[in-house]
Write a protein that binds this ligand. Structure first.
Ligand SMILES: *Cc1c(COP(=O)(O)O)cnc(C)c1O
Length: 405
């Protein structure tokens, strides 16, 4: 009998778990006769803003546009200008970098911390110059970046922080995690910034003074590509921010530069979240925390049960700080491991085999060397982690990984 392969991801199986709610939502939109910029989009925007903890959410066509429109709006508002530099991790998905270069801004690649695979705040400090105007942080693989030092750097040099949240819907930033007491009165405030974050969170009574991905920087871009933790049935994206002027500008830019029909204030683009996708996302948003918790449970098992000395799992994130969009493992024998797993019925992917600065598309940067990012690209392997995997399948994945010699 042929052995059944455990797929890396099975979108059909995942989306079946939302039935019949998703089909009902689609039917509702079809029957409404209104397909672009209507009440589904409006509802989802307000639900998602409140989930993330921001004042505004603007639905757009995809994650790349979300990020790109943030920079475009900063340029239109005179806050940034063409030729300005933007710090970005050297080991991100290419969309992060495209959002910068699309706007004639210049990426400044910064190495990640190999243990967390997120941008290294110490190396951001070394990369800041007068020409740098923003930091694009990427909460890679679903794990929140080390934001406290990054917020301090941005504060000191007046840099904008844009968050790439495409992989991190719902991840928490918990500046006070691990302290003796989380009560405001007993909290030993380390700095003015901590005090500011705490005061801000006290007001909304958020869980242990935490903030969600998308509400930490000045603005954030999300993707709802089908495979993301919150995925549509097609392309979709959103910007979140507390800045009203920025929000209004992005809304106009995404709709032909127009606030009022047939009156155009900017040479905008067409990048909108359609009603079908918004309706689907509203249904799926109801279960995001539950879905993320299932991901965390699977990751916990991987951390406690994978014990192959040839394979490293990196440093585990604090509670809530990782929503495990991707579970990466690392080994010098990555290609052999990938083949071994497939031969034994476990499909895997690589995120990502070639870093942006080594792509032909960015040949002007091909001569640069980022040894940490380059090593991660050679050693990373993403093992299956999604809500449709059964406990038995997780057991099987662990068993096969542990038997690799
Ligand atoms: C998926 C992704 C994007 C782009 O999202 P799209 O919706 O595919 O345009 C951007 N950044 C990161 C880190 C991503 O994973």
């Amino acid at each position: 009998m042929e052995k059944k392969i455990i797929k890396y991801s099975d979108l059909k199986k995942i989306n079946d778990t939302y039935e019949p709610a998703v089909s009902d939502a689609l039917r509702r939109v079809i029957d409404s006769g209104w397909y672009i910029l209507g009440k589904e989009d409006k509802n989802f925007e307000s639900e998602f803003a409140s989930y993330c903890g921001t004042d505004y959410c603007i639905g757009v066509g995809n994650g790349l546009d979300a990020l790109s429109l943030i920079f475009r709006a900063y340029i239109e508002l005179g806050i940034m200008k063409k030729g300005d530099k933007v710090i970005v991790p050297a080991n991100t998905y290419i969309a992060s970098v495209l959002a910068i270069s699309e706007n004639d801004l210049i990426p400044v690649f910064v190495e990640p911390d190999p243990e967390t695979q997120n941008i290294d705040p110490e190396k951001i400090k070394q990369a800041v110059t007068d020409e740098v105007k923003a930091i694009l942080v990427v909460h890679l693989y679903g794990r929140i970046c080390d934001m406290t030092p990054i917020l301090k750097i941005a504060d000191k040099y007046s840099l904008k922080i844009v968050e790439d949240c495409a992989q991190a819907h719902g991840a928490l930033y918990r500046p006070f995690a691990g302290r003796e007491s989380h009560e405001a009165g007993n909290c030993n405030v380390r700095s003015e910034l901590d005090a500011f974050l705490m005061a801000d969170n006290e007001e909304n009574g958020a869980f242990e003074y935490s903030r969600r991905a998308g509400s930490i920087g000045d603005a954030a871009g999300f993707s709802f590509y089908p495979g993301k933790n919150l995925g549509a049935l097609g392309d979709g994206g959103a910007v979140t921010t507390d800045n009203e002027e920025l929000a209004q500008t992005i809304r106009m830019l995404s709709n032909y530069g127009s606030r009022k029909k047939y009156i155009h204030e900017y040479k905008g683009v067409n990048s909108r979240l359609d009603e079908m996708q918004a309706a689907v996302l509203s249904e799926k948003l109801k279960r995001i925390d539950e879905d993320n918790n299932r991901r965390v449970d699977i990751a916990e098992r991987y951390y406690s049960e994978i014990n192959n000395p040839q394979i490293s799992l990196g440093k585990k994130a604090g509670k809530g700080e990782n929503v495990y969009h991707i579970f990466p493992v690392f080994t010098e024998r990555r290609d052999e491991l990938q083949k071994y797993l497939l031969d034994n019925g476990v499909e895997t992917l690589i995120h990502y085999p070639v870093p942006p600065h080594k792509q032909r598309a960015y040949k002007e940067y091909n001569h640069l060397s980022f040894p940490v990012a380059e090593r991660l690209a050679q050693e990373e392997l993403s093992i299956p982690l999604n809500i449709s995997l059964s406990d038995d399948e997780i057991t099987e994945i662990i068993k096969v990984i542990n038997s690799f010699r």
